[in-house]
Design a protein around this ligand. Structure first.
Ligand code: UN1
Length: 495
């Protein structure tokens, strides 16, 4: 785990890793791996001003040429996938295959954005007036502030940045203070791509390091046209109104309390594997992690004991080691939250399997299953840890009502081979989430679809489909190519 060497291969100088006020530790064993500089008010101001300058130049560059920069950046990511994937593991503790997967997700969104750079389609609209053309054009929006969380320290930034850049915007990135190293490395790779590109304006993409106040600088600055923030619902509740107060645009990707339904016709072997990945994978630290499972009472006594046995043998340990499936929690506070939730579940009468703290260095836990009779109390809250609440159900309507009966609305899934059940789950009266899956878990979405959720998840959509529209200004344009001046709605105003 030689971080200095790894960072230097990724283009970050040794000097940037020492002497700063932010002490960086790895969740792998809690050891200190760097001390990076925190941006002060003056450097934040310089970066925001730089982003504004860069935007003015970048917006005038044709979109397909902007796509070329994103293509070059994607090439840097391909060339450095191994190193960056490893750094993701060291920075946030997810297993290496997921660290590499996260870099792959960046590459995928770059490819998507490059294709998009030759699209960004608008409409032509029939005008009611003779000799008039009407159309809808999508224009660059302005500097985009990106606030990202520790659990996807690079992929979520790339969903935003790759789209923002082809859309003609500049970006200022405030990564989680728990994972600054990956942000510095990605910035270095971006700068290499910018050099190869040739004439990218300076300040097109920058990183600001720091805590809450650093994020607040983006939230409150009128030059930041869009604030895209990923994190807790509590954070979003503050960010949303503050950006709205200055009539800025906001894209929120907040908490999830994702559920799954295992029906009588389900392929139980497949469901078992899917549930283990979705609930225990990434140590339960995805916004899309599976947290609640409704199992039909006719298969409960078959499925749940098998699930508990599988949980007992999940390899928990060093995420850099081959074979490990569950790495550490991000920090001590996260462990405390997990145990607070387990205590509450116990007080509610929950039967707990797992949850023990394993090992001395680093916050490793045995993922926990909590069997409960009622869907209430702590089950309704999102705890960012590997706890799966399991409850029996009788009718699909009842299961769907429980699935929808929480404040969050990110992701959901059903395991069934009954097409009627599957389609009911996906119907208007089915799952109320932004993501609904059949025979796969709620996590691990591809970049091609729009990603995000409803209710307290914040309503934002990032990544694929037409999520790019959030990064552009819609303009309705009407052109009169006649020599007459007919007014809409037949209004007469003759002078
Ligand atoms: C997150 O946890 O914030 O669908 C994002 C998934 C990943 C992204 C998760 N592609 O699980």
């Amino acid at each position: 785990m030689n971080v200095t060497e790894l960072m230097s291969r990724l283009g970050v100088d040794e000097a940037a890793l020492a002497g700063g006020a932010l002490v960086v530790t790895t969740p792998i064993d809690g050891s200190e791996i760097a001390r990076v500089a925190i941006d002060d008010a003056a450097s934040i101001e310089a970066k925001i001003a730089g982003a504004q300058e860069a935007f003015l130049a970048w917006r005038a560059i044709p979109a397909p040429r902007r796509g070329e920069l994103v293509r070059l950046f994607g090439e840097e990511l391909r060339a450095h996938k191994d190193d960056l994937g490893r750094l993701v593991t060291i920075d946030c503790g997810k297993i290496l295959s997921e660290g590499l997967g996260e870099v792959q997700e960046m590459i995928d969104i770059c490819d998507f954005a490059v294709g998009l750079s030759r699209q960004l389609y608008g409409l032509t609209i029939a005008s009611e007036r003779p000799g008039h053309h009407m159309r809808e054009s999508w224009q660059p929006l302005g500097p985009v502030g990106i606030i990202s969380a520790f659990n996807f320290p690079v992929a979520v930034w790339s969903w935003n940045a790759a789209l923002a850049l082809v859309c003609g915007n500049s970006c200022v990135w405030k990564p989680s203070e728990k994972t600054p190293l990956t942000a510095l490395a990605v910035q270095a790779l971006f700068e290499r791509a910018a050099v190869k590109f040739g004439d990218a304006p300076e300040g097109l993409s920058s990183v600001i390091i720091g805590g809450r106040e650093t994020g607040e600088a983006l939230v409150d600055d009128a030059r930041i046209a869009l604030v895209s923030a990923t994190g807790s619902t509590r954070m979003g509740r503050e960010v949303g109104p503050r950006v709205a107060a200055r009539f800025g645009r906001v894209l929120l990707e907040l908490g999830g309390n994702n559920a799954g339904v295992v029906t009588p016709s389900a392929d139980l072997d497949l469901a078992l594997r899917a549930v283990c990945f979705a609930a225990a994978g990434t140590a339960g630290q995805r916004c899309t992690s599976l947290r609640r499972l409704f199992v039909h009472k006719s298969i409960y006594d078959d499925f749940v004991p098998r699930l508990k046995t599988a949980y007992q043998s999940l390899p928990v340990g060093d995420p850099l080691e081959a074979g490990t499936l569950v790495g550490p929690l991000i920090d001590h506070a996260s462990f405390d939250c997990m145990h607070y939730a387990l205590d509450r579940a116990k007080a509610q009468g929950g039967a707990i399997t797992g949850g023990a703290h394993l090992g001395e260095a680093g916050w490793y836990v045995r993922p926990a299953i909590v069997e409960l009779a009622e869907h209430e109390g702590i089950v309704l809250e999102e705890t960012f840890a590997p706890i799966l609440y399991v409850m029996p159900y009788e009718t699909l309507d009842e299961a769907i009502a429980m699935q929808n009966g929480v404040a969050q609305g990110l992701s959901s899934c059903i395991f069934t081979r009954d097409i009627l059940e599957a389609e009911r789950f996906l119907s208007a009266a089915g799952s109320d989430c932004g993501i609904a899956n059949v025979n796969i878990g709620p996590s691990g979405a591809e970049i091609g679809g729009a990603f995000g959720g409803e209710k307290e998840t914040g309503g934002g959509r990032e990544s694929g489909s037409d999520a790019w529209k959030a990064y552009m200004r819609r303009q309705t344009q009407t052109v009169n190519y006649s020599t007459e001046l007919p007014l809409a709605q037949g209004v007469k105003f003759d002078i």
